[in-house]
Design a protein around this ligand. Structure first.
Ligand code: BDR
Length: 317
């Protein structure tokens, strides 16, 4: 079985990504660390437990991670994900935080990766704060990973959060910088434009959510706000290309699960702008190799959309 460890700021698309992973055959989720991001950490913890409960998988350990960025001002994405991070459709029976692991998240992540050297694929769908702290705690951590999959960054100058920046990188540019510098394991990045380009047609989404299952009812409830937002004129300003529902985090997850999912990609050394007035948090791609970085990341460009649809359908069965 493929061993995944997930770092999430459970939000709507994180929830979708986690459900895609839960439904995948031959995948074992070793744990989930939570990070502030789409919504404050306390909501992220509850949301993650809600997703696991909806899938009857509360056996998967959930850990508390960082509640704010290393240096940046804290920001959230309540406009899109809802104030509670999951569509402001509260569940009175949401699992309580007593179900969380008592151990602190980042040391637990480090320990689990160390116990399975070369076997763990780390999937990061949040600001990269937890991963940055983890590598400070154990500088040899990247060598012990099988691979790292990140949803974050943008490949052109149009952001979705600041003028030029994508949410996960803008939320903690220093953390993104540390991670892109220090994680020298095979690294795959699902940037913003890539997810726009490969968005799911609305007609497909209707079929996906119309499945007659409890999981589909849960998904419909938590997704309806963000779907409305995604069809609004304001959101269209963020979209670089493609039309449809953009479950950004699920692309990183699908790629981590299925090696054949990515049909086009390029390898390039990447870093993050830390100081620009307008460009802080923007991903920098070093095509001319002027930065002399040995480590290159795989930047995803296109996917097998039919495969993606299949994974999405299965996630609600
Ligand atoms: C990223 O930011 C968040 O809003 C999403 O969950 C995704 O991880 C997209 O920029």
């Amino acid at each position: 079985k493929k061993k995944l460890f997930i770092d999430a700021d459970t939000g709507v698309d994180d929830a979708q990504a986690i459900m895609v992973a839960l439904a995948a055959p031959d995948v074992e989720i070793l744990g989930i660390t939570c990070c502030y991001g789409n919504t404050p950490l306390e909501n992220v913890l509850t949301n993650t437990l809600r997703v696991l409960k909806a899938c009857n998988r509360l056996d998967i350990p959930v850990y508390r991670g960082c509640s704010g960025p290393l240096l940046a001002n804290r920001r959230h994405a309540g406009d899109y994900h809802g104030k509670d991070g999951m569509g402001d459709a509260p569940d009175p029976d949401a699992p309580g935080l007593e179900l969380l692991q008592k151990k602190r998240g980042i040391p637990a992540m480090v320990k689990i990766i160390n116990q399975n050297p070369g076997e763990v694929t780390l999937v990061a769908t949040a600001p990269l704060t937890n991963l940055a702290v983890a590598v400070q705690l154990d500088p040899s951590l990247p060598k012990k990973l099988k691979a790292l999959y990140i949803m974050g960054g943008n490949t052109d100058s149009r952001g979705n959060t600041t003028v030029c920046g994508e949410f996960n990188f803008v939320a903690d540019p220093e953390a993104a910088h540390i991670v892109l510098d220090r994680y020298t394991c095979p690294t795959y990045i699902a940037p913003w434009e890539f997810s726009c380009r490969n968005s799911l047609p609305w007609s497909f989404c209707e079929n996906w959510l119309s499945q007659n299952t409890e999981k589909a009812a849960f998904m419909r409830k938590i997704t309806s706000l963000s779907m409305k937002k995604a069809q609004s004129a304001d959101y269209q300003k963020e979209i670089t290309e493609g039309k449809g529902f953009n479950s950004c985090d699920s692309y990183a997850m699908a790629a981590a699960i299925d090696d054949t999912f990515i049909t086009e990609s390029e390898e390039v050394a990447v870093t993050v702008e830390l100081v620009g007035k307008y460009t802080r948090g923007m991903m920098v791609l070093d095509y001319m190799e002027l930065l002399n970085k040995k480590h290159k990341a795989v930047i995803m460009q296109n996917v097998d959309l039919e495969r993606f649809k299949q994974m999405f359908m299965n996630s609600l069965k």
